[in-house]
Design a protein around this ligand. Structure first.
Ligand code: TXA
Ligand code: MG
Length: 318
């Protein structure tokens, strides 16, 4: 019997019972459990084979609900939440003791966000607890953007996959910390830097914390396919032409167009949103195909191109 379905009530019953359920969000699918139940949360780490020093994001139904879990919401955090929740934005806020240490890997802050997906919002509204949920992939591998992606890799380890269709944003949320006086973006993601700065002014970027074991989700090597991945400029992509043993992941249909089932275009028209939507699915497709290596075109460093390049760089890192 398939474990994929769109029954919110069933998902709620399983979560109430301490089990794991994959949930759709606008960014990527999450592997959810009751954030206040240590045993349930431990199940997430086990299913993903994720080290317990990598903290989880807590998904809540609304900004109002966040007050139950944090001691303080700084003004700029509130402004961002009011502008962009529900949406691809995660805020790091000082935690209350009700949030288990296991969720935050012992850190004094908890990552919170309100996801923008009708099924998951309905689910959160029906529950009396928030949901801890990392991306629903084995640790280090490409994040899932469909229920089928989740089933392929974690199907045997979870009770139910709530199917909300293809994720509309396609890359993970942008993470912002407020520990110093100037807010800091710790992970680029589905909410553009430009949008954040238009609301609260200049922010710092602290994106290379790969040496910091307390924030390993920003590890240098992450989101990685099994095949070797190389990053290229557009010119490098088409030189020396179409090699059938290479999978090509282009941004758009540039001048040196090459064709074949080993050539995928993130967005034919060069649309960043569409490119983000396709990124992980196309990486998976090339990884599952007969090619021996993957070459990916680096995008312009602006708009969602920044976050897409960040994922590609980590996917290429060894
Ligand atoms: O879009 C998303 O954010 C998705 C969906 C499911 O919501 N979730 C997601 O979770 O990407 P995950 O676990 O794959 O990535 C969460 C990141 C990790 O890099 C983790 O290290 C970081 O958030 N994180 C969580 N709590 C933190 C904290 N208190 N301080 C610093 N980093 C934290
Ligand atoms: Mg992840």
């Amino acid at each position: 019997m398939s474990i994929i379905g769109s029954n919110v009530e069933k998902a709620g019953l399983l979560l109430n019972d301490g089990q794991l359920v994959a949930i759709p969000t606008e960014t990527v699918y999450g592997l959810a459990a009751n954030a206040l139940d240590i045993q349930a949360v431990a199940g997430i780490f086990a299913a993903k084979n994720r080290p317990t020093f990598d903290p989880l994001i807590v998904h809540v139904k609304s900004l109002d609900a966040v007050a139950e879990y944090v001691t303080e919401i700084p003004e700029k955090a509130r402004e961002l939440a009011e502008a962009f929740w529900p949406g691809p934005l995660t805020l790091l806020l000082p935690k209350k003791s009700i949030i288990p240490e296991l969720v935050t890997s012992g850190l004094p802050t908890v990552a919170v966000r309100v996801p923008r997906h009708p099924l998951t919002l309905a689910l959160l509204q029906s529950l009396e607890f928030p949901l801890a949920a990392p991306s629903a992939n084995p640790f280090g591998y490409i994040s899932p953007t469909t229920a089928q992606h989740v089933e392929q890799q974690l199907g045997s380890k979870i009770a139910y996959i709530l199917d909300g269709g293809e994720c509309r944003v396609g890359i993970e949320s942008t993470i912002v910390s407020f520990e110093s006086s100037t807010p800091k973006v710790l992970r680029l993601g589905g909410l553009r830097l430009e949008d954040i700065e238009s609301k609260i002014g200049k922010v710092e970027k602290s994106l290379h914390s790969s040496s910091n074991p307390l924030a390993p989700g920003m590890l240098k090597s992450h989101y990685a396919p099994q095949k070797p991945l190389f990053l290229c400029t557009k010119a490098e992509m088409t030189e020396p032409g179409n090699d059938k043993n290479v999978g090509y992941l282009f941004f758009d249909k540039g001048h040196e167009r090459i064709e074949g089932e080993n050539c995928l275009y993130l967005s034919e028209t060069g649309d960043f949103l569409e490119a983000a939507q396709h990124l992980f699915d196309y990486l998976r497709k090339l990884d599952a195909s007969h090619v021996q290596e993957i070459r990916a075109e680096i995008l312009p460093e602006k708009d969602l191109g920044r976050a897409i390049n960040d994922r590609l760089r980590r996917a290429a890192a060894v």
